[in-house]
Design a protein around this ligand. Structure first.
Ligand code: HEC
Ligand code: HEC
Ligand code: HEC
Ligand code: HEC
Ligand code: HEC
Ligand code: HEC
Ligand code: HEC
Ligand code: HEC
Ligand code: HEC
Ligand code: HEC
Ligand code: HEC
Length: 458
């Protein structure tokens, strides 16, 4: 800022010197004087010679004249004084678009001028209340292009960001309530970078959404003011989803929609989560819980029983066996048929996981001994699948169905186990080795003790 203040004084002094540019281009003078740049002279941006009377001399290449700048020349023009903004813009798809040749991108003037005067001579001070870059106006500014279906189609983008944003609580908070709390386009997208969400460096990349949304949603005071919970960001960060984002797990935007930022209803959970977890959603819907409603005793809210009740939308944790008391016991009392079913299902899940773990250890041993045993690997992969089959079946809460899968699992596991054991004979023949080592060690120790004793006597 101080640097700019000096610049301002120095520039104001040069601006009052002779300027032949405006003798031929008088229409440009007034806009510049009324812009954020009244202190700049034409040559601060265009270079050239503002004391020459002839056009050729004024526009001289030797004086590094820049006429209508190409995109990278524009960066050079503004970058001398606004390096940070310009360097960021040089990384953005907005510059990419401009360089493609057709008018498919955004220059500095696209965002920093009023729609009626879209010229670099009319840059508006960002501090101006009605500046196109102000919180209140920026959505409209971005929408000049981002709501234009033709312009967006050329770049393969959607044109509904503003329409959805206007319907969101974020848009309502900023545009209607005129509050500082809600998110504007540039709270989630950096205005100068505006990186694609597929770029891992982008604020909106799936791995960075939790931090971007979490800047506000993790803040207790701001969330309390709107009756929202702030703990959900930390819950999400500790969830299995957060650990597997690269495998297609959802982050904030996948469940809420980035621009509509809507809270999904309880009756939509089956479809929301079932999009990826087809088995659990199917079994839940077809079992006794599929038609059940649950009234939360604390809040008094009645809702169709859904994924959230047992997993939490943000924590999304799989209950670890034994889970009956903790998970089913929330709603079913001890001694009921339901809890009994829960105990059986939990037991089957725990045993099956344990069996699979043991088989993996045996297979490891076999492979360490140099056996490839490809069929064994295949058989075990199929048995791994049983865990998930049971995991899905648990949602139908029928112990009988789980037991049936468990029985066929046991048959196959037994067959595989005996094959594996055959390939890993016990290591008895080598049983004498440790004994021999012990004798050897004792002998050496005895000799060492004797020699020490001798040396002490001397
Ligand atoms: C004697 C008159 C004259 C003077 C002095 C003059 N220009 Fe020009 N300028 C013109 C004319 C005529 C054109 C349009 C013809 C052309 O495109 O070459 C033009 C075009 C331009 C353009 C547009 C170039 C483009 O690529 O389309 C810019 C920018 C410009 N002048 C800036 C300046 C600046 C800055 C100065 C002072 C350093 C200046 N001019 C001095 C007559 C002048
Ligand atoms: C803040 C930098 C800046 C300043 C100061 C500036 N120009 Fe420009 N000028 C530009 C840019 C950038 C363009 C390219 C078109 C655009 O982006 O609006 C341009 C375009 C022009 C053009 C081409 C016609 C047009 O309007 O598009 C002329 C002529 C011109 N400038 C003359 C001048 C004169 C004369 C002055 C001094 C009164 C001046 N410029 C001051 C940046 C500047
Ligand atoms: C010779 C230096 C110089 C050049 C070249 C220049 N500017 Fe500036 N610009 C300034 C100064 C000085 C200010 C006013 C002080 C401030 O607010 O930073 C300013 C203000 C601005 C502002 C308002 C910033 C705010 O915080 O309100 C924007 C936007 C801006 N310039 C954009 C541009 C663009 C776009 C270009 C190129 C077309 C450009 N400038 C070229 C010096 C320059
Ligand atoms: C996609 C729209 C967009 C484009 C393109 C854009 N800006 Fe900005 N710029 C903004 C917004 C919005 C702000 C206000 C940011 C804020 O208030 O947090 C801003 C702020 C600024 C500021 C003042 C604060 C700061 O960050 O230094 C300057 C200077 C500036 N821009 C210069 C430029 C220059 C130079 C270019 C071109 C190289 C450019 N901008 C391109 C939207 C844009
Ligand atoms: C002058 C038109 C224009 C304006 C104004 C504009 N954009 Fe863009 N924007 C585009 C175009 C065109 C593209 C696609 C560029 C390409 O194809 O490389 C784009 C790309 C983007 C992208 C990357 C999308 C992707 O995934 O590929 C984001 C994010 C973005 N703009 C955000 C913004 C924001 C935020 C604003 C307002 C601060 C804004 N834009 C203002 C035209 C504009
Ligand atoms: C609450 C944060 C947030 C706000 C506010 C927001 N965005 Fe986004 N935006 C995102 C996220 C996150 C993505 C990436 C979504 C994804 O990849 O699933 C995105 C994607 C985009 C894209 C690229 C996707 C496409 O195909 O179009 C554009 C362009 C865009 N936003 C523009 C805007 C504009 C314009 C505004 C303001 C009207 C805005 N955004 C407001 C978070 C936001
Ligand atoms: C700049 C701060 C900020 C950022 C960044 C932000 N939000 Fe928000 N969000 C808020 C505030 C404040 C509210 C409450 C608005 C109100 O009710 O007036 C809110 C509300 C919400 C709601 C609740 C809507 C409802 O119907 O109650 C959801 C869902 C939401 N945001 C999701 C997101 C997601 C997803 C992101 C990131 C892509 C995000 N937010 C980024 C501040 C932010
Ligand atoms: C797997 C889907 C999913 C993911 C991922 C997800 N949410 Fe949610 N979110 C939901 C569901 C379902 C609800 C409604 C049930 C509830 O309130 O727990 C909700 C509720 C909310 C609410 C309203 C909470 C309240 O107190 O009423 C906000 C705000 C929110 N989420 C923000 C976020 C943010 C920020 C992220 C990323 C850190 C995120 N969500 C990730 C599904 C998801
Ligand atoms: C976009 C796809 C997608 C959506 C939507 C989704 N998930 Fe996930 N989920 C995954 C992926 C991928 C994993 C990690 C892979 C794995 O461990 O099975 C996972 C893991 C889980 C786990 C842990 C599984 C385990 O074996 O430890 C639970 C529980 C879970 N999700 C519940 C939910 C709930 C509840 C919802 C809805 C609120 C939901 N998921 C929405 C893709 C999704
Ligand atoms: C009544 C409680 C309950 C409800 C409701 C519920 N789950 Fe589960 N879920 C469980 C239990 C218990 C397990 C652990 C089963 C096991 O270990 O075999 C589990 C396991 C899972 C797993 C891991 C399965 C695997 O492959 O090991 C996923 C994914 C999952 N649930 C998703 C969902 C989704 C999606 C919904 C909503 C459609 C949902 N759950 C509803 C109790 C529930
Ligand atoms: C959020 C509350 C809730 C949780 C958690 C829950 N249930 Fe239920 N369950 C219900 C409701 C409500 C019904 C339907 C009304 C009824 O018959 O009691 C029901 C019905 C049942 C039924 C069929 C009717 C009956 O009572 O015999 C079984 C079996 C059952 N649940 C087992 C389980 C098991 C096993 C778990 C744990 C994996 C579990 N439930 C977790 C609420 C819950």
């Amino acid at each position: 800022m101080i640097r700019h203040a000096f610049l301002f004084v120095a520039l104001a002094a040069t601006a009052s010197a002779q300027n032949t540019c405006v003798e031929c281009h008088d229409a440009q003078q007034a806009p510049v004087e009324n812009s954020a740049h009244p202190m700049l002279s034409c040559t601060d941006c265009h270079n050239g010679d503002s004391s020459a009377a002839e056009m050729e001399a004024s526009h001289a290449e030797a004086k590094k004249f820049i006429g209508n700048p190409k995109p990278l020349q524009l960066a050079q023009m503004c970058g001398d004084c606004h390096q940070k903004a310009t360097d960021a813009w040089k990384r953005s798809p907005h510059l990419d678009g401009m360089q493609k040749g057709d008018p498919a991108g955004a220059s500095c003037a696209s965002c920093h001028t009023r729609a009626a005067a879209p010229s670099s001579h009319s840059i508006v001070d960002c501090g101006d209340e009605n500046a196109p870059t102000s919180r209140l106006r920026v959505a409209e500014t971005c929408a000049r292009c981002h709501s234009d279906p033709k312009a967006m189609a050329r770049s393969g983008l959607r044109a509904d960001a503003l329409a959805l944003y206007e319907k969101s609580k974020h848009g309502h908070n900023v545009l209607e309530e005129k509050e500082e709390d809600g998110a504007s386009c540039v709270d989630c997208h950096l205005p100068h970078e505006a990186l694609r969400s597929s770029d891992p460096a982008s604020e909106t990349h799936v791995t960075r959404q939790s931090a971007t949304c979490g800047r506000c949603h993790g803040e207790e005071k701001r969330m309390k003011a709107h009756g929202l919970s702030h703990g959900l960001v930390a819950k999400f960060d500790g969830s299995p989803h957060a650990r597997t984002l690269k495998d297609g797990s959802p982050s904030c935007a996948a469940c809420h929609g980035p621009h509509l930022a809507r809270v999904p209803g309880f009756d939509e959970m089956g479809t929301l989560c079932g999009r990826c977890h087809e088995g659990p959603a199917r079994e839940l819907a077809s079992g006794p819980h599929g038609k059940a409603t649950w009234t939360d005793p604390q809040s008094g809210v009645a809702a169709p029983l859904n994924c959230e009740h047992c997993h939490g939308a943000h924590g999304a944790r799989r209950p670890e066996a034994p889970f009956a008391a903790k998970t089913c016991g929330k709603c079913h009392e001890a001694g009921t048929k339901a809890l009994e079913a829960g105990n059986l299902i939990s037991d089957i899940s725990a045993k099956t996981r344990e069996d699979v773990r043991e088989l993996h250890q045996l297979l490891d041993k076999v492979q360490k001994r140099g056996h490839d045993f490809g069929e064994g690997c295949e058989a075990l992969a199929a048995l791994d699948g049983s865990i998930h089959e049971l995991g899905a079946l648990a949602h139908g809460v029928s112990a009988e169905n789980c037991r049936r899968v468990r029985e066929s699992f046991q048959r196959e596991a037994k067959a595989l186990k005996s094959q594996l054991v055959e390939l890993t004979p016990e290591k008895r023949p080598l049983g004498w080795l440790p004994v021999m080592w012990a004798f050897l060690f004792a002998g050496v120790a005895l000799m060492w003790a004797k020699s020490r004793k001798k040396s002490v006597e001397i």
